[in-house]
Design a protein around this ligand. Structure first.
Ligand code: HXC
Length: 260
């Protein structure tokens, strides 16, 4: 196989499934896994056959965090000069929608990875947490920023200052996850793949521009975000898919999108 720490497959037309695969270490995120994940996501992003991406782990662990064994003896000089975990941010540049299907532990960097996804579906046994404070460090992969935007300041403070875990139900109640899915093994992955297939059947230009527009709500102020949205909206009028989508509506038929 091409990769050692992840598995990639196409469970449905238009859908790429990336499975974190270091089961003995509960999918702890080491440097090699990150390199492979970034490479796989960039290849998938460039693949015209794929419209949406699902990232998952195992039943027991989505990912139990950055690899503590690998980083425990790291020096400041090494971390700073070699930009430790800076490549993490590359995931945020993926254009295609990413759905995280989370079962079991999503702790530390694992929780932060799930927070980087565009849609988060949680299995009933999902357990989220930012326990960095318990091992003498702080969130390093966006937890302080994305978790705070997702659940609000008071909860983000309580969760990160105690390091306590929270449940799938809490994640949904707070708006961090969209829903709790299924009871059976693998149900959350099947549901995520079905959702990805539904998205992949749409105009990919519209889907990707829509993702960009929603992300502007996280990264920009209101007037700048509204301007971004309007520009993207105007831009769609230069696409064949907008002409086809609206013509199909008027002609009472299904659209045939060409991603152009
Ligand atoms: C390295 C890890 C690991 C991790 C688990 N393992 N988490 N190895 N880094 N983050 C390894 C264990 O050492 C063990 O291997 C094996 O996985 C199984 O773990 P156990 O602890 O035996 O399992 P269990 O008793 O079921 O407990 C599960 C757990 C616990 C509650 C998830 O493993 C745990 O607390 N893990 C650490 C969680 C954490 O602190 N994450 C945040 C990391 S800091 P061996 O070979 O020893 O038996 C972080 C910073 C992010 O993420 C920075 C930005 C990216």
């Amino acid at each position: 196989a091409k990769y050692e720490s992840i598995l990639t497959s196409r469970p449905e037309p238009g859908v790429a499934l990336v499975t974190l695969n270091r089961p003995k270490a509960l999918n702890a995120l080491n440097v090699a896994l990150f390199r492979e994940l970034n490479e796989a996501l960039h290849l998938i992003d460039a693949d015209k056959e794929i419209g949406a991406i699902v990232i998952t782990g195992s039943e027991k662990a989505f990912a139990a965090g950055a690899d503590i064994k690998q980083m425990k003896d790291k020096s400041f000089a090494d971390a700073y000069q070699n930009k430790f975990l800076e490549s993490w941010q590359q995931i945020a540049s993926i254009r295609k929608p990413i759905i995280a299907a989370v079962s079991g532990y999503a702790l530390g960097g694992g929780c932060e990875l799930a927070l980087m996804a565009d849609i988060l579906l949680a299995a009933p046994n999902a357990q989220f947490g930012q326990p960095e404070v318990k091992i003498g460090t702080v969130t390093g992969g966006g937890g302080s920023q994305r978790l705070t935007r997702a659940v609000g300041k008071s909860r983000a403070m309580e969760l990160t200052l105690t390091g306590r875990t929270w449940s799938a139900q809490e994640a949904v109640a707070w708006g961090m996850a969209s829903r709790v899915v299924g009871e059976g093994d693998g149900e959350v992955v099947r549901e995520a793949v079905a959702l990805a297939a539904e998205i992949a059947a749409k105009s990919q230009i519209a889907v990707q521009a829509q993702k960009e527009a929603v992300n502007a709500a996280f990264e920009q102020g209101l007037s700048e975000g509204l301007r971004t949205e309007r520009r993207l909206f105007h831009m769609t009028f230069a696409t064949a898919d907008q002409k086809e989508g609206m013509a199909a509506f008027v002609e009472k038929r299904k659209p045939n999108f060409t991603n152009s």
